[in-house]
Design a protein around this ligand. Structure first.
Ligand SMILES: [Zn+2]
Length: 298
């Protein structure tokens, strides 16, 4: 695909197959197969992992023991922690206050640190915002992110569920709601397993206000059919996708995109501005729709 390789979202670690099997095994043991949203507390129970609420402020006991400067440092560090796993004690610590889907993802991540056998060589994991993203630097975090997805989306069953919906933003809303997962996480996974030719892309604003391509995920069928697509790396106010940000509502339309040796191809697109980023779904139009378009133009 003719877009920067750093923009290709790659959340699947080398151990992907082992992690899928492991997640499946724990879902069975916890009697959680096909129960949505996944009852993570049941997995904790059978895996004998205890969940604790992570303190979000330095408490009185600590206040007495540290100078005010040290307390500021501690508080600052505490604010950055998104989750913690103590593998030796089989404990996880989750801060309250995050939105439910976000918290669910972090819980899955910390549970995974406890359940992945080869990660036991480390006693603990302290997770900041970066460890929970697609850009996580450590392999153990990438594995925990992937396994959190497997637990929450229920591995192969998500594929069947996804394919029974049309490929659009509304379907992703419904799926995110059923799994209690974030829209963004659902969107990525949706594209990864879709059998239709779709691609999702995410753009973040620069200091100048235009939107830069951050990550994209083509479905396998899209990748195969349009390996050389030129996706805009920058979306400015003149670009039709920008309208979702301007209007503050989902927008859609049709667009010609350069597909390398295939020339220009027409795609349907839908865009959503989530207050932080622009999410775009690009979909190859069904053949019948294209015939209709040609007939109308004639
Ligand atoms: Zn981690």
């Amino acid at each position: 695909m003719d877009i920067p390789s750093s923009a290709r979202l790659s959340v699947r670690p080398e151990t992907e197959k082992d992690l899928t099997k492991l997640a499946e095994d724990w879902l069975h043991r916890a009697d959680a197969v096909d129960v949505l949203p996944t009852p993570l507390e049941q997995i904790c129970e059978v895996a004998k992992v205890t969940e604790y609420e992570m303190p979000q402020a330095v408490n009185d006991g600590l206040l007495k023991r540290f100078s005010s400067g040290a307390i500021d440092i501690l508080q600052n560090a505490l604010n950055k922690v998104r989750g913690m796993a103590d593998v030796r004690e089989r404990a996880i610590y989750i801060p309250l206050g995050d939105s439910d889907p976000r918290q669910r993802f972090v819980r899955g991540h910390e549970i995974a640190h406890n359940l992945i056998p080869w990660q036991k060589i480390r006693h603990g994991h302290l997770d900041m915002a970066l460890s929970l993203t697609a850009d996580a630097r450590f392999e153990f975090d990438r594995e925990a992110n992937f396994m959190s997805g497997e637990l929450n989306f229920q591995g192969p069953r998500f594929v069947h569920r996804t394919r029974s919906y049309a490929a659009n933003l509304e379907a992703i809303d419904v799926l995110a709601c059923r799994h209690e997962t974030s829209f963004q996480a659902t969107l990525w996974r949706y594209a990864e397993v879709q059998d239709e030719k779709i691609l999702v892309a995410m753009y973040y604003p620069s200091w100048r206000g235009e939107l830069n391509l951050w990550k994209c995920v083509p479905s396998p069928a899209f990748e195969k059919r349009f390996p050389d697509i030129n996706l805009p790396t920058l979306v400015d106010p003149l670009h039709p996708w920008y309208s979702a940000r301007e209007l503050g509502q989902d927008t859609d339309g049709e667009i010609d995109l350069d597909c390398g040796s295939d020339g220009c191809c027409i795609f349907r697109w839908q865009a959503r501005w989530n207050q932080h980023a622009l999410l775009v779904v690009v979909r190859r139009m069904p053949k019948l729709h294209m015939v209709g378009r040609i007939l109308r133009a004639a």
